[in-house]
Design a protein around this ligand. Sequence first.
Ligand code: BGP
Length: 469
Amino acid sequence: MKHHQLKAFPENFFWGGSTSAYQVEGAWNEDGKGPSVIDMANHVEGVTDFKVTSDHYHMFKEDVALMAEMGFKAYRFSIAWTRIYPQGAGEVNQKGIAFYRSLIDELFKYGIEPIVTMYHFDLPYALEERGGWSNRETIDAFEQYAKTLFENFGDRVKYWLTINEQNMLILHPGSIGTLDTSLENPQKVLYQQNHHMLVAQARAMVLCHDMLPDAKIGPAPNIGVIYPASSKPEDTLAADNYAAIRNWLYLDMAVFGRYNHIAWSYLIEKGYDPVIEEGDMEILAKGNPDFIAFNYYTSQTVGESLDDGNDFSHTGDQHEIVGEPGAYRGSVNPNLQKTEFGWEIDPVGFRSTLRQIYSRYHLPLIVTENGLGAFDKLEEGDVVNDPYRIDFFKKHIEQIQLAITDGVEVFGFCPWSAIDLVSTHQGSSKRYGFIYVDREEFDLKDLRRIRKQSFYWYQKLIATNGEIR
Ligand code: BGP
């Protein structure tokens, strides 16, 4: 549909930015923080680890001041479970609580709404040693952790996100660094873990509604429209399969409390179906989100599985083409350009994704990630020109406005990332921020903050509520 008149962005739209604790904070072993699976993982060769990252833990006041200067209405960050419970459960670390209280204080000083992810890939290592998400005790630990967060921050945090990109944790644990490489039948184990995470999420949603009647809570998966590689009917079926496996499994469970039937038939066919214990489906039905948060980077295109031994490719990057025998086969979309890191760029697919999610669930949506990873260059006189990022955001924000005009309820846009940080597996040279952090892959330099060209552009955009792009 071509619209001649666009609806304006709603008043009080949450323009902001996102980060996650392990990618931005550093201070990996300070003030009582316990190790997480990320701290203990083998690091990808040739890129930095997560020990210092952008040192936001020590520099958050300066960072929040810069966010305020950009005009942020909201800041989406994650709490490191291991700062609150260094061992995953048991003793609360008061210094961890104090850190996030100070961060929230600082945000309040500037009228920035905190949007808090409870768990962003960094499971406490102590829990991992006891089986991690394979062990149902981790469900109890997550619920206890959620309770502690609600008790300590519930007076001021009104927007909660349960688990960041649970679907990527299951589909691409290799690139996120959370795959236990000794697993023999990883998918079977992963889908059992997935089930436990879904139960944990449902319990947290129920608890949130009981403890904090004014707060809102929702899931935060990575969702992207799936295109069929051609108009061949079999390709459309393959796209349906992959959409169910990648997207709807997660959101249908969060919203409707049931396994998506196409995804479930796939799990049965592959022998990946999880053990469901008594009471699980009841709690899954009871846990209801108030909104859907989702991360969008790109669409994906799949065709019919040819079952010729070349369908499968599962260990690559989050957005590289995947495939699975009997279900779907990855395909390149010839209509799209790619980023320097090989991710397809698809702003129109963003509008489709917004429309699909809203048509399916009719819940308010917030975009909690979207962005462009690039090798930005620091030029003479502290200048960072990133017109490619501005162009990327212009095109994506235009599509949000079109989706709003289509009747989709969207209440915020918090792109990745507020400030440069360390990528999941491609180091600190893959930059996403509006704020440049002066460090190299292995040379920390002075970690000075520098406003990029996109910083000034975003500032203007926010000041006009998205009108001037
Ligand atoms: C998402 C994650 C983020 C983030 C982003 C960019 O999958 O939620 O943590 O890092 O993607 O990915 P990458 O860092 O691999 O470029």
